[in-house]
Design a protein. Structure first.
Length: 107
């Protein structure tokens, strides 16, 4: 039987918490694409095959809320919106690139 302290440690670092942030179907592709640098909304949408606008908006909001990326809006007509990874998001890149390579090797 585990003691209470070890349960707290496991809970704070759980894989479930990580997957809540980046476990969406489109989160990792978005992060991977943003590793190239700052991109506009439409550039992201065109680059990710199969994503629809509603899902892209949902995933971007989740990633922004969790500090993985930043969103910058410019006062143009129509409004221009750019996204880029934060330092926290960039720290995910080695893991995501490793998963991407694994997928290429074993798909």
């Amino acid at each position: 039987m585990q003691n209470k302290k070890s349960k707290e440690v496991v809970h704070k670092c759980s894989l479930k918490d990580v997957l809540d942030v980046i476990g969406g179907k489109w989160s990792m592709p978005i992060i991977y694409i943003l590793s190239k640098g700052k991109l506009r909304f439409k550039e992201i949408e065109r680059t990710i095959e199969g994503i629809n606008t509603r899902m892209l908006v949902k995933e971007l909001k989740n990633l922004e809320a969790n500090g993985i990326l930043t969103r910058e809006v410019f006062a143009t007509v129509p409004p221009t919106v750019e996204y880029q990874l934060t330092e926290k998001g960039e720290r995910l890149l080695p893991s995501i690139k490793s998963l991407h390579k694994w997928g290429q090797d074993y798909a």
